[in-house]
Design a protein around this ligand. Structure first.
Ligand code: NAD
Ligand code: DAU
Length: 350
């Protein structure tokens, strides 16, 4: 891994991955290619932006010429592909954006890697970061394994499933040395406040209603974002070409239980009367096609690569809340302008 190209490195998970690789591999160059959509923010990387082994390039992976020029100029031997449209609710409102970035953008990267690596295929890796949502929705029992058949049910998960299929097709058809992982819900600092945990933290700070979809009985398996970055490091170095690894937190929570815990933690940290934030809970119209439960069997990545999560949920949630409370300016910046418009469209009619 001399030259590592990370796509989507200004986003939530990407910024933690960039930081991890810049710090851990000072002898490698890390190029972060990102379009800086509403979800991408260079403020996420101010602490490492001056490092000699770090370079940022602004560009759109849907633009094939841009992607080819990235490979021409930076000659990556390793690609860690995170750039995507990532929010389920936005995919329900505007599916085509997800087809463009998640499907076409991924195929552009695959084509560029295939073209540039054809003469020297050794020691190359194309690592595609995906989601557990491609497996569909679980009932009360069972876990997603790497063998679970794909059954995507939202435009977001359908676009990610499609990109996963293209990545595997390039392995089978052209021998491109790919590896994939499918991860459960991440949380932690720098997550855009459209996703459950940061949205609710922001609303609690502002004493705004907490919009719980349906009855709040949907279950997610939560993983602290830095643990995901460590798993990605293990998989890119030691994962077998053509293989898929599921990553999860062994940490299932019903939304409403998680929200109550978050309210309790925030009342304590904000010095508010116990129960104050729970009073903000408001049940609203359910998400269309809302998947009931996701839960990951992460035994393959544990048994083969020795990865297990290291941060407990209580510790991770506390660190996350502390980060948002200490970074009011970041929150203010990302919630100004377009965010208010999005928020009105998403929540006013619910
Ligand atoms: P995010 O929305 O926070 O960040 C996405 C980043 O991609 C942003 O920096 C954005 O500017 C960039 N981007 C978007 N479109 C682009 C384009 N056309 N060209 C270049 N850059 C573009 O997403 P995230 O939550 O950090 O997720 C990162 C990846 O991990 C995604 O592929 C997502 O599917 C996957 N994933 C996320 C989670 C989760 O819980 N957040 C869980 C499993 C997998
Ligand atoms: O499972 C991995 C996936 O997790 C990633 O691939 C996605 O990129 C990521 O966004 C996340 O998808 P979810 O849809 O599970 O995350 P979200 O934070 O949007 O919602 C979590 C749960 O909370 C879900 O059951 C819907 C519910 N919810 C969400 C919001 C935004 C609410 O009840 N109210 C809300 O306002």
């Amino acid at each position: 891994m001399q030259h590592i190209l990370i796509t989507g490195g200004a986003g939530f998970i990407g910024s933690h991955v960039v930081r991890h690789f810049v710090k851990k591999y000072p002898g490698s160059t890390i190029v972060n290619a990102d379009k800086l959509t509403y979800a991408g923010n260079l403020l996420n990387l101010t602490d490492i932006e001056q490092e000699k082994n770090y370079h940022f390039v602004k560009g759109d992976i849907v633009d094939g010429d841009f992607v080819f020029s990235l490979f021409e100029k930076h000659k990556p031997d390793t690609v860690i592909h995170l750039a995507a449209e990532s929010h389920v609710d936005r995919s329900i409102a505007n599916p085509m954006e997800f087809v463009h970035t998640n499907v076409l953008g991924t195929v552009n990267l695959l084509n560029a890697a295939r073209h540039h690596w054809k003469d020297e295929p050794d020691n190359k890796r194309f690592y595609h970061i995906s989601t557990d949502e491609v497996y569909g929705s679980l009932g009360d029992e069972g876990l997603f394994t790497e063998e679970t058949p794909y059954d995507p049910r939202s435009p977001y998960s359908a676009s990610k499933a499609s990109s996963d299929h293209f990545v595997r097709a390039y392995w089978h058809t052209y021998g491109l040395p790919v590896v994939l992982s499918n991860c459960s819900n991440n949380y932690g600092p720098n997550q855009f406040p459209e996703k459950l945990i940061p949205l609710f933290i922001n609303n609690i700070i502002q004493k705004k209603p907490l919009p719980v979809y349906g009855k709040g009985e949907n279950v997610r398996d939560w993983l602290y974002v830095e643990d995901h970055a460590v798993a990605i490091d293990a998989i890119v170095r030691n994962g077998k070409p053509g293989e898929t690894y599921n990553i999860g937190g062994h940490n299932e929570w019903k939304n409403i239980d998680l929200i109550r815990l978050l309210c309790k933690i925030m009342d304590e940290k904000l010095g508010r009367e116990p129960g104050t934030s729970e009073g903000l809970i408001t049940y609203v119209k359910d998400r269309a096609g809302h998947d009931l439960r996701y839960a990951i069997d992460a035994s393959k990545v544990k048994d083969e690569l020795g990865w297990v999560p290291s941060v407990t949920f209580e510790e991770g949630l506390s660190k996350t809340v502390d980060w948002y409370l200490a970074n009011g300016e970041w929150l203010r910046q990302v919630t100004s302008g377009d965010y208010m418009q999005y928020y009105r469209e998403q929540y006013e009619e619910r």
